[in-house]
Design a protein around this ligand. Structure first.
Ligand code: PLP
Length: 223
């Protein structure tokens, strides 16, 4: 846990002067491991499978830990998240926006979301292209019971540092445009740019991420 504390210290503020949130990507980890990491200072956790979210939710929630969703979400599973989840980071398509809005209306809650960008335009990953995310954001703001908090980016794994940098800076630029565009709008509070994982978080932070999602570097290698 000393290593975790050192890492959290290094990741306090990004070059834009914004406080960095470190999210623990807790897939395959037990609720006990999650709580131990929270006690070491990792303030937010995220699951990428609904089944795991459901299994660990009661324990994680009782410990007072904000619990997010960061994975691919099927519309028929939204009902297991709405009213419980702190934030859904991985809203990657219009159908999902419609369905989260409808489920939130039904449950009488507002669900906070990030729009997911497919930074490398990879076939194997979902998400909006950076060029089309503004119109998706406009659409999100036309729907009831959603609150748009910013962007989440999936970055390509196999790109060189220079290409990654360019992708991250382009996403940061879009994020800044969104912040200006939606200032003062009740349904938007654009404060989160979630990009970077264990392999590439340093580049992402240097290019303006204010949240990183870390799994292996916090919890150790997955079994
Ligand atoms: C697992 C996961 C991470 C963290 O990955 P590591 O390489 O273990 O840091 C980040 N984001 C998402 C969406 C994940 O599923």
């Amino acid at each position: 846990m000393e290593q975790v504390k050192t890492l959290l210290n290094e990741l306090s503020v990004n070059p834009y002067g914004e406080k960095i949130t470190v999210l623990g990507a807790s897939k395959t980890r037990t609720a006990e491991e999650i709580i131990a990491l929270f006690q070491a200072g990792v303030s937010v956790m995220g699951e990428n499978r609904v089944q795991e979210f459901k299994e660990k939710y009661d324990t994680v929630h009782a410990a007072g830990i904000p619990y997010r969703f960061i994975g691919h979400l099927q519309t028929n599973k939204i009902k297991y998240l709405v009213g419980k989840v702190d934030l859904i980071e991985s809203v990657d398509r219009t159908e999902l926006l419609d369905a989260i809005s409808a489920a939130s209306v039904k449950a009488g809650v507002t669900t906070e979301i990030l729009l997911q960008i497919n930074g490398g335009k990879e076939e194997s990953k979902s998400g909006y292209e950076v060029e089309s995310v503004l119109s998706a954001a406009d659409y999100a703001l036309s729907l009831p019971n959603l609150k748009l908090r910013g962007l989440m980016a999936m970055l390509p794994a196999d790109k060189n540092e220079q290409t990654l940098r360019e992708i991250c800076l382009q996403i940061r630029e879009k994020y800044d445009i969104m912040r200006a565009r939606y200032e003062g709008r009740a349904q938007a509070q654009i404060e989160i740019l979630s990009m970077g994982m264990s392999e590439d978080y340093a580049i992402a932070v240097a290019c303006g991420a204010n949240e990183v999602r870390l799994g292996r570097i916090l919890f150790g290698e997955r079994k």
